[in-house]
Design a protein around this ligand. Structure first.
Ligand code: CA
Length: 217
């Protein structure tokens, strides 16, 4: 699951990058409003974390531009100003949630998860499919109730396929959602991760629709 984190404070950006990466997300970082829009219009994100007070283009302007293009993508606003009026404006402009600084990372991560669940229309943090169970809160995968060891990319692939179960997902879409936007050789890396993942899952769990992509059935 790829997130766009828009935050101009280097220390906070680094902390969020580390925190979300540790939780299995892929993160693109933008340090000002213009960079945020450039990244937004050239990539696909599952969610945006957006600071309001930014250089070049304010968070509120970024929010308006994003919403004019995309009504679905969840957006969480971060603001140093814990003012009710900012919160109301942000929510009126189409943000889905609002968190005042300073905040606890665990709270932000829980809110991100809740919004992603809502977007993927699952109310439960556990997705089960046959003998495979994905715990999206703990980022753990079980096969017949035995936990299997996956690296982050492998986890993200199986989580994404299960969230989209019934659909065939092209390799390019998996790469877009799981690999950092500037990563090279992501196609080969996807192939390696898929082959490792398949060894750990029941035989034939991930199917390949030749030339179209991957699906679970
Ligand atoms: Ca700021």
């Amino acid at each position: 699951m790829k997130l766009l984190i828009v935050e101009d404070e280097q220390a906070l950006q680094t902390a969020l990058y580390k925190g979300f990466s540790k939780h299995g997300y892929t993160v693109d970082s933008a340090f000002n409003g213009e960079e945020a829009l450039d990244l937004f219009f050239s990539n696909t994100y599952a969610l945006i974390v957006l600071d309001l007070n930014l250089p070049k283009l304010s968070g509120m302007e970024v929010l308006k531009e994003v919403r004019a293009d995309n009504k679905e993508i969840p957006i969480i606003i971060l603001s140093a100003r814990n003012e009710v009026k900012d919160k109301i404006i942000g929510l009126d402009e189409g943000a889905n949630d609002y968190l005042a600084k300073p905040f606890h990372f665990g709270e932000l991560e829980a809110r991100v998860r809740a919004l992603l669940r809502r977007n993927f229309k699952t109310s439960d943090s556990i997705i089960e499919f046959g003998t495979v169970k994905v715990d999206t809160a703990a980022k753990k995968v079980f096969v017949a109730d035995e936990e299997i060891n996956l690296n982050k990319k492998e986890y993200s692939i199986i989580e994404y396929l299960l969230l989209r179960k019934g659909k065939t997902i092209p390799a390019a879409e998996l790469i877009e959602h799981i690999w950092e936007s500037d990563s090279e050789d992501s196609f080969n890396s996807l192939k390696v991760r898929l082959s490792e993942l398949r060894k750990k899952l029941p035989e034939g769990f991930i199917k390949n629709a030749r030339g179209h992509g991957y699906y679970v059935e």
